[in-house]
Ligand binder design. Sequence first.
Ligand code: FAD
Length: 434
Amino acid sequence: MTVKDFKYVIAGGGVAAGYAAKEFAKQGVKPGELAVISKEAVAPYERPALSKAYLFPEGFARLPGFHVCVGSGGERQPPEWYKENGIELILSTEIVKADLAGKTLTSAAGDTFKYQTLIIATGSSVIRLTDFGVQGADSKNIFYLREIDDADKLVDAIKAKKNGKCVIVGGGYIGLEISAVMKMNNVDVTTVYPEPWCMPRLFTAELAAFYEGYYSNKGINIIKGTVAAGFTADANGDVKEVKLKDGRVLEANIVVVGVGARPLINLFKGQLQEEKGGIKTDGFFKTSNPDVYAVGDVATFPLKLYSEIRRVEHVDHARKSAEQAVKALKASEKGKSIEEYDYLPYFYSRSFDLSWQFYGDNVGETVIFGDNNPAAPKAKFGTYWTKDGKVVGAFLESGTPEENKAIAKVARAQPPVESLEKLKAEGLTFATKF
Ligand code: FAD
């Protein structure tokens, strides 16, 4: 059992940790000052790849190809990068205890890590059906997707069950992306979710109708308005059937569950203020303990644009919050300060040859514009959200980089609109001429 002492420790080794390390390297850290401690066996990587190119049947992504920061066009940081920058990358090491008063972390192996400043970047863990006692949910070949190990198990199952039958549980972006990629692997796919349409937290009924139509045209069977209530397994314990609450039974030899995630904050329970399920921070990602920062999925922070506090589980925020925290802590060491975080929410997803981006807030009234016929050879459409006579959110499918920049600009600027009819008629031009 060892005791190691660092000036800075980043707890967690995902997206936010990798981007924080990049910012430390940019600002300057002395060899041995900074450690990144991760439960995973690999250096920080761009997690969104796991439900996309990692699962492709051909031309698939593999490490070291998608280590951070390639997802934002930055330098790739393989393990050697950490060495070259004097950053200690401590992998396959789970922190099981955090004593913030004693400024000490303890690993599962009993090693101790001391720090002066801690950055919490532990991300989220998936919600499992076993958490709710769903019958048979512990059968083999029921998969979740959060870390690279999970993706490797799914890749093995796809290979082992060539031309198999897969049921995807969940209609969020993970469920939709995995449904698409399973279909690309020539697997028979049924996607099940309880809501009246997919991605209900963001999509309007009209937006969802396009994606559901497109998926159906690709041969994906969608079952809405019910949930997986149980599973049966064969004599080997391999999943064989999914029993739906509405009484239907689906054959399956692969099940992938994407029903949400929970921020991993248990280690810090009772030691830091919490809000909205996350660790409460200020606009510099400093927590209620002045020597502790929290970034990425775990942080509940002030979203200046909307005068609200929110937690955001998306990669863009993980990157930006990490950079903000490191800039802020480095500035404070010099007695300086930086501008408060001023985030514009940004989400995206890709599946088949579709690609959408959303910026801003999805509140208020909506108008859809463009061609959203799922049978169109190249559908292109979008939606604006308006509130109090202003555009507050914008969504675009199959936009060019310039068009995506334009909708981002509109969502940030919140220009007034004369009428919803005019906005609908102008469509994308409203943003591009802005
Ligand atoms: P993570 O990247 O999850 O990193 C947390 C790290 O901490 C992990 O390495 C974990 O092992 C480690 N850790 C946790 N607890 C401990 C511990 N006790 N000790 C040591 N290490 C620990 N967002 C989008 O905007 N667009 C997308 O298309 C998109 N696709 C996604 C696809 C998948 C399959 C998944 C899982 C997520 C996707 N996301 C997407 C969400 C995005 O990846 C996350 O919001 C982002 O990774 C959060 O970054 P983070 O650093 O906070 O957490």
